[in-house]
Ligand binder design. Structure first.
Ligand code: NAD
Length: 411
């Protein structure tokens, strides 16, 4: 089967739609995005030459509220990936009880190749080029290749265009410019809370071994939290390669090392492994926290973990999932594991709209409450319907979306 992430997302829709008994017209509507925008951004580079960048924004479905979420700056971005990500955001918001639709966008660019000034101009041009934007229409957040700094530029550009302050128009901005505290750590922290609950449910010990693919915003945060809790992190990787230590890596030292060298590779006291090998190392918990479609029918048979926590979006293809299920491996799906940022973005929106800013303890305790509720609801539906956690999460989401779509009279 294809490793196209949109095909993966559609597969979840069709399977869960059958289990939930979703109206076929709702399934038909949800099998396509509401709006796909593809545009070009010409940018004068620092050397005076012009480069044309391809950019995208998808509004997948807005039955539950204004669309919101991530902006990905990567060199290989394509429209099907953006569609899949927008669809997953739609489902995540429904799973986490957030009154928002799903959106996603980005630019085909390697930000590391740009100067700071080029990146700022490109980011601002992206916001200027979006035909539909604002707190009640579409709220762009961060994703791979974007961060608090790009989000601050986006906010500033938007506010300059409209001529007034509107902090709820952009997500994942720094708290100094009316963002929320805890925003960049939200996904890794939420995934950590869910992992602790899944570990309890599976009767695993708190010193279980863990392998993590991706050591960025999400992978780095969950690695540190699990390490602090006593878990043995045996393998970690980034785009340049991975490191392995049977007795566990010192994550604090590794973070310092990769911060200084730009990569985990070569960390003293570790053995080198490839990203492919990392997925197959002997461990109890495997955490794909980098990119989509990394566990497929080609390597699923070799996965040794008992629990897969999907921190990345769509890391397991449907064919790969079938094999993992046959092996009795539990998968906690992306739409539950990594919905922490969706939850905290909704907190950021509430704070921006009310001008009432919360402290970190409030953000984290509300995140914990919300994400554990979503996980438990998923576990209950899975038991009730005798199905996987992924199908259960999608069934719960489809039931909600279906009601909103029908009440609006769309089908
Ligand atoms: P990031 O850019 O901060 O980090 C990505 C990490 O993965 C880096 O260590 C990078 O070197 C590594 N990587 C990139 N491409 C790789 C490849 N082909 N093979 C192996 N490693 C690779 O991104 P992030 O924000 O941590 O996001 C990671 C994943 O989590 C993505 O799939 C993203 O969509 C998903 N996610 C992120 C958030 C969030 O709040 N940041 C929320 C939900 C889902």
């Amino acid at each position: 089967m294809s490793s196209n992430p949109f095909v993966t997302a559609l597969n979840s829709l069709y399977v869960a739609g059958e289990i939930a008994g979703t109206d076929p017209d709702v399934v038909k509507l949800l099998s396509q995005p509401k709006l796909v925008m593809e545009f070009t951004i010409p940018l004068k580079m620092d050397d005076g030459k012009v480069r044309i960048f391809n950019a995208f924004r998808v509004h997948y479905n807005d039955a539950q509220g204004p669309v919101k979420d991530g902006t990905r700056f990567v060199p290989n971005l394509d429209v099907d990936t953006v569609k899949a990500l927008g669809f997953w955001m739609t489902i995540k918001h429904a799973v986490a009880g957030i009154p928002a639709g799903g959106g996603k966008g980005g630019i085909r660019v390697n930000p590391a190749e740009l100067s700071e000034w080029e990146l700022e101009r490109l980011t601002r041009a992206y916001i200027r080029s979006l035909p539909l934007k604002g707190a009640w229409i579409d709220v762009p957040g961060a994703d791979i290749g974007t961060n608090a700094k790009t989000q601050a530029w986006m906010l500033d550009e938007y506010e300059q265009i409209v001529g007034y302050h509107s902090p709820a128009a952009i997500n994942d901005k720094p708290h100094e410019v009316n963002g929320t505290v805890g925003s960049m750590e939200a996904t890794g922290t939420g995934a950590f809370y869910v992992t602790m609950e899944a570990v309890k449910d599976l009767g695993m010990a708190n010193d279980a071994s863990v392998a993590i693919q991706g050591f960025g915003t999400v992978g780095g945060v969950i690695a540190k939290l699990l390490y602090n809790e006593g878990f043995k992190i045996v393998a970690v990787s980034d785009i340049t390669g991975g490191v392995y230590a049977q007795n566990g890596l010192d994550i604090e030292k590794l973070q310092k090392y990769s911060g200084e060298t730009g990569s985990v590779v070569g960390f003293p006291g570790s053995e080198p492994i490839t990203n492919e090998e990392l997925l197959e190392v002997k461990c109890d918990i495997l955490i794909p926290a980098a990119v989509q479609s990394v566990i497929t029918d080609k390597n699923a048979g070799n996965i040794q973990a008992k629990l897969v926590m999907e921190c990345a979006n769509g890391p397991v293809t449907p064919d790969g999932e079938k094999i993992l299920e046959e092996k009795g491996i539990t998968i906690v799906p992306d739409v539950v594991t990594n919905c922490g940022s969706a939850i905290v973005c909704s907190f950021e929106r509430i704070q921006g709209l009310t001008d009432n800013y919360w402290d970190l303890d409030t953000v984290l305790s509300r995140l914990n409450e919300r994400i554990i509720k979503a996980y438990k609801k998923t576990v209950n539906t899975a038991a009730e319907k005798n199905t996987s956690l992924r199908n259960a999460a999608w069934v719960n989401a489809l039931n909600k979306l279906s009601k909103a779509i029908k009440m609006r009279g769309w089908v």
